[in-house]
Write a protein that binds this ligand. Structure first.
Ligand SMILES: [Zn+2]
Length: 429
């Protein structure tokens, strides 16, 4: 390590103190430091970096973070020995690594929370791409999660560059788009989208979309094997017609088990990215906004089994509705459905209506504006508790109208119409 505990560096007449080393990676070292009365993480590069790299980092710092999901570089520091580094905020303690989720050490509190995290991930990449950046190095090591609420933190943002520019980092095998593995192109928005698909598949299925039966062809997965599996001839494990690379029974158990209960429209979106997207970079890969709408739809139709607590889909997008719990076979409970424009929201206890439900231009997919709650005195009586800025109008089947305060409760009754605003009128079915 280049610095020791209690070393200090003078920056513009202010003292920066090394509190302790936090870790070491391939590119650099990370320290806990104190500066201007606050604690930060300081990353110091081990080697001299190119002037392009420095310029890019400085530019990213000046432009600012795309959203608070990114642990974005805050202050560039030039050291006397021609090394550079940067300050960033410390990773809050409530976040655990995505890797620890993949290995089963940490789980999301519920499927709903897992989908909320996926929505946060897609929102973050949508904002990053809208700012003209591409991430270029999406892999499992960069992502962190709060198991309780689905909050996301993206670290290692120093390779983010303006789209179509590359500073030498190609990405990590198993996550890279095939054209990058084959060295035909440099990473960009489209290769980001491919890697995003891989991360989402891993979040949902706990496995890699290209690792199946074909692994048996290799004694060891070396560079040549990886080049074939992920570069020259990748085959999606659930390819509709090419069944040569299905997950291996007894080995890819999580993928086999989880894929079975994913909604059809999500399966289609994966198939598109991992089959069509191999050749059609621009139109074959599911985009962030498409994923956002699909995950919102998935979360809206989740229902919890009253017997075993398992969360599963109601089945709006399937050939038939799901008649019983896939885990314990208890018949699907009777619930009301709120139809809101294109959205169909299963009004199960705890279900949230978000700002994005009420405004198709809103990107606040996780901002709750109403929640299904049970009456304190009579728990079998459910209502929709509002958290809005304006009151809403309701009208029951007999035509009786009523105004519900912005923080009031709408009773859940069939055929009740709810006017959230001039454009959005919902109906409970
Ligand atoms: Zn059940």
């Amino acid at each position: 390590m280049q610095f020791n505990k209690n070393d200090s560096i003078t920056l513009d007449d202010e003292k920066l103190t090394i509190v302790e080393p936090l870790g070491e990676g391939g590119q650099g070292e990370v320290y806990l430091v104190e500066y201007q009365g606050n604690r930060y993480a300081l990353k110091v590069y081990k080697d001299e970096v190119s002037s392009d790299f420095r310029y890019n980092l400085k530019n990213n710092i000046d432009k600012g973070s795309p959203s608070n999901s990114f642990l974005w570089p805050k202050l560039l520091i030039d050291f006397d020995n021609d090394r550079i580094g940067y300050l960033m905020d410390l990773r809050p303690k409530n976040f655990v690594s995505f890797v620890s989720y993949l290995t089963g050490k940490n789980a999301f509190a519920s499927r709903e929370v897992m989908l909320t995290w996926c929505i946060n991930l897609c929102t973050a990449f949508k904002k990053l791409h809208e700012m003209g950046y591409s991430y270029q190095d999406l892999n499992d090591g960069s992502f962190f999660l709060d198991q309780t609420n689905g909050d996301l933190l993206i670290c290692d943002n120093d390779n983010v560059t303006a789209d179509k520019k590359n500073l030498g980092i190609l990405g990590k095998m198993r996550y890279m788009a095939p054209e990058i593995v084959r060295n035909e192109m440099m990473p960009d928005v489209h290769s980001d989208r491919f890697s995003l698909g891989v991360i989402l598949f891993m979040a949902l299925c706990l496995g890699n979309p290209y690792e199946g039966e074909r692994l048996k062809n290799y004694d060891i997965v070396d560079e040549k094997a990886e080049y074939e599996l992920f570069g020259s001839n990748p085959v999606f494990v659930y390819h509709k017609t090419d069944k040569s690379n299905r997950p291996i029974r007894g080995y890819h158990t999580s993928v086999l088990k989880r894929w079975a209960y994913i909604p059809l429209y999500i399966k289609e979106a994966f198939h598109r990215t991992f089959v069509d997207g191999l050749t059609d970079r621009e139109n074959g890969r599911t985009t962030e906004i498409e994923w956002l709408r699909l995950f919102m739809r998935y979360r809206d139709e989740l229902i919890r089994c009253p017997h075993c607590g398992y969360e599963y889909i109601y089945g709006f997008g399937e050939k038939t509705l799901v008649s019983s719990c896939p885990s314990c076979n208890t018949p699907t409970k009777e619930v009301c459905i709120l139809e809101l424009g294109k959205h169909k929201i299963v009004l199960d206890l705890g279900k949230k209506i978000t700002a994005a439900h009420l405004d198709k231009y809103s990107s606040e997919y996780n901002k709750t504006v109403a929640t299904v709650i049970a009456n304190k005195n009579n728990p079998s009586l459910w209502g929709i508790k509002l958290d809005l800025s304006d009151p809403v109008e309701i009208k029951d089947a007999s035509g009786i109208q009523k105004t519900i305060a912005a923080n009031g409760i709408i009773p859940i009754i069939r055929n009740l119409k709810i006017k959230f605003n001039e454009n959005i009128i919902g109906e409970i079915k």
